[in-house]
Write a protein that binds this ligand. Structure first.
Ligand code: GLN
Length: 533
């Protein structure tokens, strides 16, 4: 993989569009919880719950957007629809903040905004990622580097957004939040206009044919490719589109299974004897995400139109997406427990200036943009010697780097007096290692999903990939509640979290175990990939 390979111009259009969309997403996210607590005067618990549900649901709806794109709309229409809807969502957030004194108006407007953003993201995110891969022929070796460049766009947006939206919106005066949301809205409009203006010119195949328009055309292209791959192998025939026969029966069965799982996960087992309290304390959105994360993959992989090879490749995506849940749930502590740690136990003085704890949020995107070229050069150099690791090995390395990050910080806080603050270097090292892990895991994961998915399911599979982030965000919130507190005894599956060392080691152990198991599976996974690198 190398950056020096020439890429189609369409990649840079998708880079810029995604950069503005992520600016909008992360800009709003940076001030959202503060808006709820400081302007709407919600308590921290309620605000955190709404925040967690939002960040979970935003990654669940790509399943819907991916499905509709593959089956009916194509990627282009879905992206434009999602982008317009998201701009509208940010505008509702702006309106909510304009009327924040009138909670009777501001709160419904905020929920309308959140709902719109969740739906819009579902149409935008899986489809823009799929389009990156579709700019290339299925076996093009430039795909990994294309996704890595695209991922830098994600991070340029994520870096500028909290700084700008925080600067204009988080001033200490609740009247100003609206400017942060308005900036997010303008960013989204810029991305939309850019995409609409240049898509016909640049989002095309090398021959100039438009990409991402009619799903049927994609299915036929895939049929031709897969049939060619299968010539002489004697495996079963490829169907041109997902089987329709029996699909409504399957949908009903799927919905029923999801409901049953949802109820099972929501039951409070302590109150089995008292039906009126049987769902007491249930996290309804979390359980819905977990139930859907189990049922939808089963429905997809049992689709009758899939060949054995396609099923095996989809199986690889599932296995890796499962391990990736452990990555994101440990990584996403950045916005939760690691921010408490930055706030309470880290000496943030640089000379006489004390850096705000929230600034640590920008470390990751900056480091990502700086370190990516180094990794790309490394993969390129290894490739020349025939030593470039396969995608599953890179994912396992990513998990391992995450574990090392937690080991470093765990030893930084070992036997630390709760009143003592540690150097910023500990958190900085952790973020550096986590960012290196992310570079190995995230863009390569997107590329892998694109390469392994049957074209007629490619956006839906991207939705499945993002679904693992939805489950991870929910899981992250649960794990963050084990952050040690004076006088509270916390246990997780027999593991006693007595202090910060134990807390950080919990993530180190979890990601190291996941990394080792994934390393052990890489041989089988490579076979299941049937020649896709
Ligand atoms: N930072 C990435 C983004 O915003 C993370 C996505 C993910 O899969 N968790 O696109």
């Amino acid at each position: 993989m190398s950056f020096s390979a020439k890429h189609p111009k369409g990649l840079y259009l998708l880079f810029a569009t995604e950069m503005w969309e992520r600016f909008s997403y992360y800009g709003m996210r940076a001030i959202f919880i503060l808006y709820m607590t400081q302007a709407l005067l919600f308590n921290k618990e309620l605000a955190s719950e709404i925040y967690g549900s939002y960040t979970g649901l935003v990654y669940l709806t790509p399943l819907i957007g991916g499905y509709i794109a593959d089956r009916y709309w194509g990627n282009r229409k879905s992206i434009v629809f999602g982008a317009v809807i998201m701009a509208l969502g940010q505008f509702f957030m702006f309106l909510s903040a304009c009327f924040h004194h009138q909670t009777g108006l501001a709160v419904p407007l905020m929920f309308l905004g959140l709902f719109t953003l969740i739906m819009g993201n579902g149409f935008f995110k899986p489809n823009i990622s799929t389009m990156v891969g579709d700019l290339y022929e299925p076996a093009d070796h430039r795909k990994d580097s294309a996704f890595t460049i695209f991922y830098m766009g994600v991070n340029v947006g994520s870096f500028i957004a909290p700084l700008w939206c925080g600067f204009v919106g988080d001033t200490g005066n609740p009247e100003d939040f609206k400017w942060g949301f308005l900036s997010a809205c303008v960013g989204m409009i810029l991305g939309t206009v850019l995409f609409c203006a240049f898509k016909n010119k640049y989002i095309v195949t090398p021959e100039g044919a438009p990409i991402g328009t009619v799903p049927a055309a994609k299915a036929n292209a895939q049929q031709a490719t897969t049939s060619a791959q299968q010539t002489g192998t004697g495996t079963q025939q490829v169907a041109a589109a997902p089987a329709k026969s029996g699909s409504s029966r399957k949908t009903v069965l799927g919905i029923l299974s999801a409901v049953v799982l949802f109820l099972l996960f929501s039951i409070n087992w302590n109150y089995l004897h008292d039906w009126s309290r049987i769902f007491e304390g249930a996290d309804l959105i979390g359980t819905a995400i977990y139930a859907i994360s189990i049922v939808v993959p089963v429905i997809i992989i049992t689709d009758k139109s899939l060949t054995r090879i396609e099923q095996a490749r989809i199986g690889v995506i599932y296995i890796i997406a499962f391990f990736v849940i452990f990555f994101w749930s440990a990584y996403e502590q950045a916005g939760a427990s690691l921010t408490f740690f930055a706030d309470e136990q880290t000496d943030r003085h640089l000379g006489s200036w004390e850096m705000p704890a929230s600034y640590f949020q920008s470390f990751n995107p900056v480091m990502l943009v700086c370190l990516t070229p180094i990794f790309t050069a490394l993969w390129g150099a290894l490739d020349k010697r025939g030593l470039e690791p396969s995608s599953p090995v890179k994912q396992a390395i990513g998990l391992l780097l995450l574990a090392v990050g937690y080991v470093v910080i765990a030893f930084g806080v070992k036997d630390l007096d709760p009143n003592v603050k540690v150097s910023m270097l500990w958190l900085t090292s952790l973020y550096m290692l986590h960012t290196m892990g992310e570079i190995c895991l995230s863009p390569i994961g997107l590329s892998m999903v694109n390469k392994l998915s049957p074209a007629r399911f490619s956006s839906l599979m991207m939705g499945v990939w993002y679904m693992s982030t939805a489950a991870a965000n929910k899981f992250a919130g649960m794990l963050s509640s084990y952050y040690p507190e004076e006088g509270v005894d916390k246990h997780l599956l027999g593991y006693h979290v007595a202090d910060l060392f134990d807390f950080f080691m919990l993530f180190a152990i979890m990601s190291a175990v996941a990394a080792v198991i994934l390393f052990c599976l890489t041989g089988i996974l490579k076979k299941m990939m049937h020649g896709v690198e």
